[in-house]
Structure formats: structure tokens, C-alpha cells
Design a protein around this ligand. Structure first.
Ligand code: 1Q0
Length: 215
């Protein structure tokens, strides 16, 4: 369940779940997408309570999607392509302003989708960083290019403060639990194309259906 995030983080596991995300026809399985985020939240939790407000929101959104998956129309949520089709056809999405569907799968996933872009940008910086690079700088640059434009001032401020207490690159690599830095870099090189592909497919789907600004 979402509540049991206390095991040790392992980057390999997260990588594997993102691998499982894509079907042969390049559909994205919601179950594995959500599992990938669970793994990342585990990592975030191991960084300390300063990140609690971020992981809380992530867990909340994961739970909303899990509820859809386990609900009576769960079969319509197997892939995000199905989800979009089902929710739009049945008018289950607030398209222009918040209304009767504040927990639609579409708007909830959009928030995680934007965060996935942050992850992609951050991990790419991490992969190409040098020993003296600052994780806080990499993190806030990635944030400014992805999530920040969608967040109100107070959230940007809180996020900026949290980034400042991120552990340095060596400690950060250690928490990733992969092995020596060269191995972390190699695994990031393996993970990034997967994450990037899942992001691109979702981005195209949302663009097609004009869903990139859901309230
Ligand atoms: C390592 C540092 C982690 C930094 C995470 C960057 C994201 C910052 C986001 C801060 C905002 C959170 C507070 C809530 C915001 C919501 O208002 C917002 C919009 O939702 P709504 O319902 O109000 O319209 N929510 C979001 O934008 C969703 C944010 C989800 C963030 C999920 C972050 C999960 C963290 C993952 C750690 C990954 C570590 C990477 C390295 C691991 C190696 C693979």
C-alpha cells in the first residue's frame, strides 16, 4: 500500500518499474507509472522531513490514481491512453475551471507528469555533473524549467528552501544505493531514456487532447 514506504530505496527498482510502464504499442500502464512514483517517494522520504510537504502531495496524488485503478471502473484506467479516453467521453474532467471533478485521473496525472519532466532534467544534470557540482543548484534549475511555472509563489518559495538542504552529490549518490559513482552515472544513463520516453508519450497524448492546462 501507499503507506508502506519505509523500505530502503533502490534506484534499480525504480528503473525496473519505469521499464514496465510501456506496452508494446507504447501505451503507458498506470499501475507501473504509479509504482515508479512510489519508489521515488521512498527516496524523497529518506532525505528527511523537510521534504515532507512534497512527498505528502505526491502520495496524495498516487493514492487518487490507485483509487481509480481499484475502483469499479478500474478497467478503464489500465493505461493512461484508456484513462484519457474514458474520462473525456464521460465528461469526468474539469476542463477550464475547478468544478465537480477535482480528482480526475487526467488532472492528477498531469501534476505527476510535470514532475516527471523535473526528474528527467534533474537526473540529466546529475548524470553529467562533476564531483564539486551542487545538487541544490541542479535541482532548482530543473525545477525552474519544469514545475515552477505551474506553482504559486508560496510553493516555489518552500521548494527553494527545501532544495537548499539537499545533501551534497556524494551523499546523494550514496542514498541512491547503487554502488560507486561511476555505477550511479551508468545507471542514470540507462534510466533516462526510459523516463524520457514515458514523458514524451504522455506529453503527446495530453497535447493531442488539449489537456496540458487542466485546472
Ligand atoms: C530531491 C528533491 C526533490 C524535489 C522534488 C521537486 C518537486 C518540488 C515540488 C514542490 C511542490 C510540492 C507541494 C505541492 C504542490 C501542489 O500544489 C502541486 C500542484 O497540485 P495541485 O493539486 O495543487 O494542483 N503538486 C505538484 O506539482 C506535484 C508535485 C509532485 C512532486 C513529486 C516529487 C517526488 C520526488 C521525488 C524524488 C526524486 C529523487 C530523484 C533522485 C532519485 C534517483 C532516481
Amino acid at each position: 500500500s501507499v503507506a508502506s514506504e519505509d523500505q530502503k530505496f533502490c534506484l534499480r527498482e525504480v528503473l525496473d518499474t519505469f521499464k514496465l510502464c510501456l506496452s508494446e504499442n507504447k501505451e503507458v500502464y498506470l499501475q507501473h507509472y504509479v509504482a515508479g512514483w512510489r519508489g521515488l517517494v521512498k527516496f524523497l522520504n529518506s532525505l528527511g522531513s523537510v521534504f515532507g510537504f512534497i512527498s505528502k502531495d505526491a502520495v496524495n496524488k498516487i493514492q487518487i490514481l490507485v483509487n481509480h485503478l481499484n475502483g469499479e471502473n478500474g478497467s478503464q484506467y489500465v493505461t493512461i491512453q484508456l484513462m484519457v479516453k474514458y474520462e473525456l467521453e464521460n465528461e469526468l474532467v474539469d476542463l477550464t475551471k475547478r468544478g465537480s471533478h477535482p480528482e480526475s485521473g487526467c488532472r492528477t496525472l498531469l501534476r505527476l507528469h510535470r514532475a516527471l519532466r523535473w526528474l528527467e532534467l534533474f537526473l540529466e544534470r546529475l548524470r553529467t555533473s562533476t564531483e564539486d557540482s551542487k545538487t541544490s543548484v541542479m535541482c532548482s534549475e530543473a525545477y525552474n524549467e519544469s514545475l515552477a511555472p505551474h506553482h504559486p509563489w508560496v510553493v516555489r518559495k518552500a521548494a527553494g528552501m527545501a532544495f537548499c538542504v539537499l545533501p551534497g552529490r556524494p551523499a546523494f549518490f550514496e542514498v541512491m544505493n547503487v554502488g560507486p559513482p561511476e555505477q550511479v552515472v551508468a545507471m542514470l544513463g540507462e534510466a533516462l531514456p526510459l523516463i524520457s520516453e514515458v514523458y514524451q508519450i504522455t506529453e503527446e497524448l495530453y497535447t493531442q487532447h488539449n489537456l496540458l492546462d487542466l485546472p
